[in-house]
Design a protein around this ligand. Structure first.
Ligand code: TXE
Length: 482
């Protein structure tokens, strides 16, 4: 597939360069080569997009029936699937993820629009018993224009989950994708126009976080912000929103544990545990980056996971191996630095993948690495590495498992592997996380499942009906009729 050398913003239904005319070169992390460019949007471009969104909200979108909104989103879902090959290749080149994983992401993006297209006219308010001779309705209304700041690890999926829910709820959107991965959000937004989404309802402005992102977070015309990214930038965005008293949904990553008890079905657990850390080269908010193993089976499980790590093959996204490169040089250096510091501290490597022969020397590759017997307070046990690095720990009994699982600042997801039904529920209640998976782990995107964090993993919920509700506010109408 030939990819255009230049991409443009989408504002008010038109493809436009940045007002400044500046561009950002886009590098394929599989080979380190520039293959296209995106506009370096800033304040003026964000302002134009927010104005277009307000205009579209007033003129068209808020007057559409929920059923009609849903139909457009359902058409978009079908169109995304019809363009799955093209979109998967864009995602693969932009992020470095293997083609098979990119295809799953594009299917999940379509599923978000399908889910929220179907849900649009099923979002109801309530009536409330009140004083005699009165009727009270609590109706759900959209916020107006919502801002979406999207990271680079799952651009298509996170675009689908946040924009799909917001449009279904009746908002108009301004999206600022990550500078490292704008291509699928731009393309899906263009497909939305072809599917009948009125111009201005969905706008995409590319640019740097500190320029276009900061301008969006601080714009007075934005009524709600959804942000996925780092804890630090999340706090900056929330501060900007707080100054304008605007609600924010923050999804800030995690340090998710996989907890393996001695009675677990290891044949089922081990492949899922490995996949949960190498998927998207570990650049997944829900990456299972810690494996907690009951002491009596620690050596056996470690050996099984280690053998799988040793067999992993790493290479270019288009070669569709087990693991691709990291998204950029900065992330590669960050993750390699953490691996080197763990080695320097004497932490043992119990398994490591291999780079395939002939992989481009300028690719941003990091070998998937399993560390054994990791001290619970070490940086690799506590910090979100955001690379294919798994730390293993031994525990004795449920209490210690829960203590270790909860012993980080994060609380996004967790996996529990045991056949004991009582223990499944005790652990599910004991773990501080927004999602707990028992004998499975986050397959297929979990579009239907409420998702979000506790502690430093953020607040607010996305996905499912809960995500749709978050893109509305309640208006109470109290009528005294006698
Ligand atoms: O994130 P940033 P970065 C974590 C992960 C990773 C680390 C750094 O640990 O190693 O964050 O990644 C935009 N105002 N996650 O630096 O800065 C930016 O343009 C407004 C976890 O890439 O948070 C991009 O669109 N916006 C995570 C988005 O914020 C700003 C996914 C995310 O970038 C901004 C990604 C500003 N001042 C990283 N500065 C997850 N939860 O899955 C940047 N941005």
């Amino acid at each position: 597939m030939s990819i255009p050398r230049q991409h443009l913003n989408l504002i008010d239904g038109q493809s436009r360069p940045a007002a400044s005319g500046e561009v950002i070169e886009v590098i394929d992390p599989s080979d380190g080569q520039v293959f296209t460019s995106i506009p370096r949007g800033a304040d003026g471009d964000i302002d134009a997009a927010v104005n277009a969104a307000h205009d579209a909200f007033r003129r068209v979108w808020r007057n559409q029936t929920a059923t009609d909104r849903g139909r457009i989103l359902s058409r978009l879902a079908a169109s995304i699937l019809a363009h799955q090959d093209e979109l998967s290749e864009l995602e693969c080149r932009d992020t470095g993820k293997p083609m098979a994983q990119a295809r799953v992401d594009i299917a999940a993006c379509a599923r978000y629009f399908e889910f929220y297209g179907g849900a649009a006219d099923k979002l109801h308010g309530e009536t409330i018993p009140y004083t005699a001779g009165s009727t009270v309705m609590a109706i759900r209304v959209p916020h107006g224009v919502t801002g979406h700041i999207i990271p680079w690890n799952y651009p298509a999926q996170i675009f689908g989950r946040s924009v799909g829910a917001s449009l279904a709820a009746g908002n108009c959107c301004v999206v600022k994708p990550a500078e490292d991965a704008c291509l699928t959000p731009l393309r899906v937004a263009a497909l939305a126009l072809e599917c009948g989404l009125p111009p201005g309802v969905l706008n995409v402005v590319c640019g740097l976080g500190r320029e276009a992102g900061a301008a969006l977070a601080a714009h007075p015309g934005i009524a709600h912000i959804s942000f996925t990214g780092s804890t630090e930038t999340g706090a900056t965005v929330a501060e900007a929103a707080a100054r304008r008293h605007v609600p924010v949904t923050l999804e800030l990553g995690g340090k998710s544990p996989q907890i393996v008890f001695a009675d677990a079905d290891l044949g089922q657990a081990v492949p899922v545990i490995v996949n949960a850390i190498i998927q998207s080269a570990g650049q997944t908010c829900t990456a299972g980056s810690r494996v907690l193993i009951e002491r009596s089976i620690y050596a056996e499980v470690l050996a099984q996971i280690g053998a799988r790590f040793d067999a992993l093959r790493i290479g270019p996204g288009l070669s569709d191996l087990d693991c691709g490169p990291l998204v950029n040089r900065r992330q590669q250096h960050k993750v390699m630095g953490m691996i080197e510091s763990a080695q320097a501290d004497g932490i043992r490597i119990a398994g490591q993948g291999k780079l395939v022969a002939g992989a481009p020397v300028d690719g941003c590759y990091v070998l998937p690495t399993l560390f054994a017997d990791v001290p619970a307070g070490h940086a690799i046990a506590q910090k979100e590495i955001f690379g294919p690095v798994l730390s293993a720990f031994a525990f004795e009994g449920e209490d210690e498992a829960a203590e270790l699982a909860n012993g980080t600042d994060f609380g996004l997801t967790a996996g529990v592997w045991t056949r004991d039904g009582g223990r499944q529920l005790r652990m599910a209640h004991a773990i501080e996380a927004g999602q707990v998976f028992i004998n499975n782990y986050g397959a297929g995107g979990g579009i239907e499942l409420p998702f979000g964090g506790m502690k430093h993993s953020g607040y607010g919920r996305e996905k499912a009906f809960e995500g749709l509700r978050g893109f509305t506010t309640i208006k109470t109408i109290a009528i005294k009729h006698g």
